[in-house]
Ligand binder design. Structure first.
Ligand SMILES: [Zn+2]
Length: 476
């Protein structure tokens, strides 16, 4: 049955559509606090029906009645990626959950070795139609902020439409059913793994106002556009997510597309956007939908402004609850309550999300660089005022061995700084940061391949170091 014909789906959807987008702007701080407390209580009661959570809460001696609100959240045990995986499928849904009406969504695996845990296998959770519908409403906030008009703004989405991926499940079960009721002539979706030339041609014909995709897709498109292709691609806004965006790529892409590019932050497990970047380049958290905590390696909260591991609680939605979940493995920094000058009242991160903890560069002396803090290459390339590096990747092969892979734009090979000059600068800068005992090798490569496990574009920073010997980073 088409869910859009089912009043038990459409009525809450309409109600949420009216109430959700403006909630943070509309409510006074106390009211918002109450809303978050209520939402958490509901989620805890729901989780108590789910075998995995129920078992954990009983072991911890926690009953839903012990949780009055967010202030009590620290009483609740963490749940790890491994636990969700071990308890899939029946342990992560309630016994009366109708699997026929649910959908499984899986994260991609990731490459590299992991710090004191296994994390390479995908984690799968259940979602359902009402939950997916609500996720659309959450992203209407950024659409309002950027003044996009539903049905009028031409949106192209280049995503991961492989089976069990959020984009695919959403497209198949929501968009396809919505087509009889809403016009989708201003919406184009494409598989990110298609040939760049094909994506470019379709965009050129479609002429989008907004393009949503991964950083490297924009980078690949920008590369062709710089050579004069895709003259009709004149978007007003680019929304990027799914991977870390570095300043070099950002400047390159914005320069070629002639418009600004902003981050969105989401994950399979969150089931919706968690935050988005505004025009002031602050990342606004949808705090009425998610409660975020930042913890250190001992799972203790870190102060606002300090970098910590993300612990996420979803304050809404059906299927598998996500409560004090540690498995997203991103570095975050919470803000100190200061409001953004863009005018939105939602809380902002202290600094942008910094990529996956598992991609940390760790040195023999114990020093740790989160991936985003290891992108010194971007300032080197910017200082050299060159765009001849088409792509790059930093690979830590051993504790004392780091390769910097560069893909060079052949047409620009003889312009600006030479490859040797770039190499020298990179070696100098990186050696200074990591010390002389780490060997830095800059190599030219033909291409940087997508991640074969997740189907997603390759990360900018990868570490193959087995960290079991050098760290004791708890259970993240
Ligand atoms: Zn802002």
């Amino acid at each position: 049955m088409n869910p859009f014909l089912n009043p038990s789906t459409t009525i809450p959807f309409i109600k949420n559509y009216i109430l959700d987008p403006g909630r943070i702007e509309r409510l006074r701080p106390k009211q918002l606090e109450r809303y978050r407390d209520n939402s958490l209580r509901k989620m805890i009661s729901y989780a108590y029906k789910i075998p995995l959570y129920r078992k954990k809460y009983k072991e911890a001696g926690i009953h839903p009645s012990d949780i009055q609100g967010i202030k009590d959240i620290q009483k609740i045990p963490f749940v790890s990626r491994q636990e969700l995986r071990d308890n899939f499928p029946d342990g992560i849904i309630s016994s009366n959950y109708n699997k026929e009406k649910g959908y499984v969504i899986c994260t991609g695996g990731t490459t590299g070795k992991y710090c004191c845990n296994s994390g390479s296998e995908p984690v799968c959770t259940y979602t359902d139609i009402p939950t997916m519908l609500r996720s659309i409403i959450i992203s209407t906030r950024e659409q309002r902020f950027f003044k996009l008009k539903r049905g009028k703004t031409r949106i192209a989405h280049i995503g991961n439409f492989n089976p069990f991926k959020f984009d695919e499940v959403f497209e198949k079960n929501i968009i396809s059913h919505a087509k009889p009721f809403f016009s989708f002539q201003n919406y184009l979706s494409m598989q990110a793994s298609n040939q760049t030339q094909e994506i470019l041609e379709r965009l050129d014909a479609f002429r989008p106002d907004v393009i949503i995709s991964y950083p490297t897709i924009f980078q690949d498109l920008a590369f062709l556009m710089k050579k004069g292709h895709g003259k009709n691609i004149l978007p007003k806004l680019l929304l990027v997510g799914g991977a870390m965006l570095d300043e070099y790529t950002r400047n390159y892409v914005e320069g070629v597309f002639g418009c600004r590019m902003f981050n969105t932050y989401a994950s399979c497990e969150s089931g919706a956007e968690i935050a988005f970047e505004c025009t002031e380049r602050n990342w606004h958290i949808h705090s009425d939908f998610f409660h975020l905590e930042a913890v250190d390696e001992n799972m203790e909260s870190v102060a606002p402004g300090e970098r910590g591991h993300l612990v996420i609680t979803r304050l809404w939605g059906g299927g598998t609850p996500i409560i004090r979940y540690t498995g997203m493995e991103d570095w975050i920094t919470l803000g100190d309550g200061k409001k953004c000058s863009c005018g939105l009242k939602s809380p902002i991160f202290g600094r942008p999300v910094e990529g996956r903890i598992l991609s940390n560069i760790v040195l023999a002396n114990g020093r740790v660089f989160p991936p985003s803090a290891f992108l010194f290459i971007t300032s080197v390339l910017q200082d050299l005022k060159t765009y001849k590096v088409k792509k790059f990747q930093i690979v830590q092969r051993e504790l004392d061995e780091i390769d910097i892979l560069l893909v060079i734009d052949d047409d620009l090979r003889d312009e600006g700084p030479t490859f040797e000059e770039i190499t020298r600068r990179l070696e100098d800068v990186y050696s200074e940061k990591v010390g002389p005992e780490v060997k830095i090798t800059v190599k030219e490569v033909e291409e940087i391949k997508d991640d074969p496990n997740s189907g997603k574009p390759a990360p900018l920073v990868v570490s193959y170091v087995n960290l079991d010997d050098v760290c004791n980073t708890s259970n993240l």
